[in-house]
Design a protein around this ligand. Sequence first.
Ligand code: GDP
Length: 321
Amino acid sequence: VEAPVVEEAPVVEEAPAEVLVKPSFRDRLGKARSRFSGFVGGARGKSKIDEDTWMDLEDALLSADVGLELTTEVLEGLRARVKRDGITDGDGLLEALKDDLKTRLRSEPDELALHFAETAPSIWLFVGVNGVGKTTTIGKLGRREVDGGRTVMMAAGDTFRAAAAEQLEMWAERSGADIVRGAEGSDPAAVVFDAVEKATAKGHELVLADTAGRLHTKSNLMDELRKVRRVAEKGAGTVTETLLVLDATTGQNGLRQASEFTDAVDLTGVVLTKLDGSAKGGIVLAIRSELGIPVKLVGLGEGPLDLVPFDADEFVDALFS
Ligand code: GDP
């Protein structure tokens, strides 16, 4: 008797690479979470808090890039709280720690919002060194705003790298935004000015302006940014956000970049990219406490939906879960 023929199931084509699901902090912070997992594992279920527990916590905070000063401050505050509240076990300590970090990171909703001017167009400028994710961030945000029903113009203000403009053009096409590009090496301020003029003429609500991340010298770059900032408002538009894009994997080095950019332009917020990568996570705390500028958005991947508003509670819960 011949064996029945078993028909193989048809091969189902894989889903397209663009997975359109909003990512969660918990799923994407794998590397950052691992910095705390040793401490969390040791503290959970532990019936007493001893010097080893404190040392593990100190090591975890330092290795997560929280920085020495802030780590000391967090530890001192927690020790006092443990004494005051009569916390005696590891679980109690974990809860107190999470509560402390959430309080440090929380912002008023208005502080986290991306603002619009009363009369269009509003201009959001993006600054930061090369490779941090400015272009990608503009692409993702453009997509989000267009999906939300806004009319968006992108300005390819990084005229020093042809690749940057090409990349932005791709994002513009995919998201349904308009874009203004200049010739390679042309004046970035002129490109931004032109984009604002075109946005005004078309009645667009928002201009997302990319800027160069590297020039011949640092002072050239900062002068250029000041000029872009000034010229952007020569027409009908208003700059309502100047966002510093920082790569979370560069850790404490990002803080130094931040202070340089702050000197050149008034920053309204930080976009912290690549938190899904080898980022240590603690840098979020360091930025908040040392710069006093809110982290408004975080990048959790390279896809169009992988840019999310920063949520302090969700972030801390994800790190210590
Ligand atoms: P720019 O030079 O500042 O404009 O940086 P780009 O936008 O060109 O980004 C540099 C690289 O970082 C690109 O390969 C991006 O795909 C990648 N990138 C940007 N944001 C994120 C993020 O949130 N997560 C990850 N994993 N990669 C990112």
